[in-house]
Ligand binder design. Structure first.
Ligand SMILES: [Zn+2]
Ligand SMILES: [Zn+2]
Length: 452
């Protein structure tokens, strides 16, 4: 049998995947000579929770219509979820037909989604070659850091991406099928992705996940932590922290935007958001605001349906922690699902408003200020100074945090709810959020008392 000297693949997408993502995925392979990627313009419609039967049926139809050769891989990229909750799969009765999910990567790996997708493409191609030779004989049910790891627990996917390796047994099978020169190119691509993932790499900064460029910093700080561990109990606890911060900050934003200082105090008192506050009370306040604000109502409903408050009390507040971590796998996946829905509801807010910290200002006339500020976006606090002219007669205070609309015509102070100051516990400058009498260092989770 002739060994394979070139891998050809065509990619296409379901209707709501952006062209840019397709371009970025194809670009990953552009400097890999023995793997050629063709972008097809075809789009297909899919709904969430689709079945394997349905998706592989659609891919097969496209293959027949476009007359793609038998040796070529045909790969569908979709932002929709599948009934088995897998990131990707190849069709066992036609292993060159593959689908890959493009969404929901950011809680599992800290990486630009296009690279996560490219990594899945490479993995599935290699796995389908192995499958053609030895079926499922070599698939690793327990992850060993090989491209042929099964990864039934989604977070384990990080391991194979970080090793970028092929174990000796799997390599043996692949060497019988592929020319060495092709395998070298495969290695080049796997290393490229690994380089973007390992923490000490400089390249990492070029491949940030989407939320690093869209989310306001307090949300991004807690979100980022979720992807830093594969342990399901830790992931669950970080996800609860993320929800906790989302709830509090949304309430504070609302108060800052809609109420006078006096009315803010009254709202906090009426809803007993003082002293030591259980999460349930914050969520209840979210529901009260939800009577006037649809987004709040929706988030409240998601939290309520998923009983996130109960989950918190169970894992954080009361009771013992179960010693077998695997029991939290489903808990995390369900919670993650709710958080993904909640985050998508926040996108409008992030588009309409910037979170800023004022560094300096200068009054130009009665209505205009020249502001120097940092934009608080993403989890990295290495901030760039920006300047703007505001059309607003606010009384800026240096070092305070504000919510500003895109053209700086409305600017709302978030003091004293969100502050940037030295944390008394770790002595670093941190974003801290007010929680009753105390503040929480959002990055480290330190509970601290601040002197006024
Ligand atoms: Zn292997
Ligand atoms: Zn601290």
């Amino acid at each position: 049998m002739m060994k394979i000297s070139h891998i050809n693949l065509s990619i296409f997408a379901s209707t709501t995947v952006s062209d840019q993502l397709l371009d970025r995925v194809a670009d990953t392979f552009s400097d890999i000579p023995r793997i050629s990627v063709t972008k097809l313009r075809i789009r297909i419609r899919l709904e969430d929770n689709f079945s394997f039967e349905e998706v592989f049926g659609s891919i097969e139809k496209i293959r027949a219509n476009t007359k793609i050769s038998e040796e070529e891989f045909l790969i569908l990229l979709t932002d929709k979820t599948n009934a088995s909750n897998w990131f990707s799969a190849f069709n066992q009765s036609y292993p060159k037909n593959i689908f890959i999910q493009t969404t929901d990567w950011d809680n599992f790996v800290y990486l630009d989604e296009s690279l996560a997708v490219s990594s899945q493409i490479m993995n599935n191609i290699l796995q389908s070659f192995i499958y053609e030779s030895v079926e499922l004989e070599l698939i690793h049910g327990h992850p060993i850091g090989c491209i042929n790891d099964f990864c039934g627990w989604k977070p384990d996917i990080q391991l194979k991406m970080k090793t970028g390796d092929i174990c000796p047994e799997c390599l043996n099978v692949l060497q019988a099928k592929l020319e060495d020169i092709v395998l070298r190119d495969v290695g080049k691509l796997l290393s490229k992705i690994r380089d973007m993932m390992v923490f000490h790499s400089d390249k990492r900064r070029q491949s940030l996940p989407d939320f690093e460029t869209t989310m306001h910093t307090p949300f991004a700080l807690t979100k980022r932590k979720i992807s830093t561990t594969t342990d399901s109990l830790r992931k669950t606890l970080y996800a609860i922290d993320h929800f906790d911060v989302i709830t509090k900050i949304l309430i504070y934003y609302y108060l800052a935007k809609e109420y006078t200082e006096e009315d803010q105090r009254q709202f906090l008192n009426q809803n007993r958001l003082i002293g030591r506050i259980p999460l349930g009370r914050w969520v209840a306040a979210l529901g009260i605001i939800g009577r006037n604000e649809e987004v709040f109502q929706k988030i409240y409903n998601i939290a309520d349906n998923e009983r996130i408050v109960n989950l918190r009390n169970k894992h954080r507040g009361h009771g013992y922690i179960d010693c077998c971590d695997r029991t939290y796998d489903d808990t995390f996946l369900n919670l993650n699902n709710s958080l993904t829905q909640i985050e998508s509801l926040l996108m409008d807010l992030f588009e309409q408003y910037k979170l800023i910290r004022i560094l300096a200002f200068e009054r130009i006339n009665n209505y205009n200020y020249k502001l120097k500020y940092n934009e608080l976006t993403g989890s990295n606090l290495m901030l760039i100074e920006k300047t703007t002219i505001t059309q607003n007669n606010l009384n800026p205070v240096v070092n305070r945090i504000y919510l500003a609309d895109r053209n700086f015509s409305a600017i709302h102070g978030i003091f004293p709810y969100l502050i940037f100051d030295q944390c008394p516990q770790c002595k670093h400058d941190r974003l801290m959020i007010k929680d009753g009498q105390q503040y929480v260092d959002i990055y480290k989770g330190h509970f601290v008392q601040l002197q006024n």
